[in-house]
Design a binder for this molecule. Sequence first.
Ligand SMILES: [Zn+2]
Length: 247
Amino acid sequence: MPLTDSQFMRYSRHLLMDDIAESGQQRLLDSHVLIVGMGGLGCPVSLYLAAAGIGELTLCDSDTVDRTNLQRQVLYAEEDCGKPKVECAQNRLHALNAETKIHIYPEQLSGEILANSYDLVIDCTDNLAARQQLNAHCVAHKIPFVSAAALGWEGQLVAFDFAHNDHLCLNCIIDKDAPEPIMNCGNAGVVGPVLGAMGSLQATTAIRVLLGYFQQHGQIQRYDGKKGQWLGLTAEAKQHCAICGIP
Ligand SMILES: [Zn+2]
């Protein structure tokens, strides 16, 4: 399907770039991305991906908007307090780009949600169990996976292209039997824009993956907002990983 006149106008800043152009924009329009967690990471991720013209976004989060969220979760307004996050997000994202189909699940991650077909899964959760569930699903179904986390002044992102790589997954880095971290944003705090930086990086990585430019399977990027420093490194595969290892 060729782009419409309205799409030519809307996505003109992508179309000006030779390495995106009309064919790249069409790929974005044909993509379906799952975003799990609509907090401090999910807000910027979904805003940028809806603005970029991703065809379908599925949002999953069981929480309602709380006044303490407004310091960093930039999709929500004061009037949203008490309402389900995914409903508020759907309204806000629809106002931004009515062409992007937004599917919502006001519930915790489940097999039913994962049973849909996705081109990419983005982990914006704040708990290890959900991260591991997403990682295992993406390994098994060869779906690219972008995971991030932030606490205090620091953020971390790791991305995997399971469509083209069998080995090295999140479980190689964080064992699935590891306990949930004691520190979280609710008890240790977080600087809002650090989540914005990591969420923007997740959205950029997502666009790279969808356009076929992602070559750095297992790449980790760490950001220290207090020092203003980025650090990039590559994870190593665990020899007998229970999720991605060959039995
Ligand atoms: Zn692994």
